[in-house]
Design a binder for this molecule. Structure first.
Ligand SMILES: [Zn+2]
Length: 45
C-alpha cells in the first residue's frame, strides 16, 4: 500500500505527513510537530 499523505512543504522545509485532503493546519511528523498554513485552501496572498 502506498502512503497517502498531504505532502505540503512547510516554511521550514517540513513535509506534511497528514492525510491527503485533511482539514485544518498542515502538520509535520516528528519531534515538535510543526504546523503551518491556515487550512483553508491553497490561495497564497
Ligand atoms: Zn497537509
Amino acid at each position: 500500500m502506498e502512503p497517502v499523505f498531504c505532502g505540503r512543504i512547510g516554511p521550514d522545509n517540513e513535509v506534511c505527513m497528514d492525510i491527503t485532503g485533511h482539514p485544518g493546519f498542515h502538520s509535520a511528523a516528528g519531534i515538535g510537530g510543526l504546523c503551518w498554513g491556515d487550512g483553508d485552501g491553497e490561495a497564497g496572498s
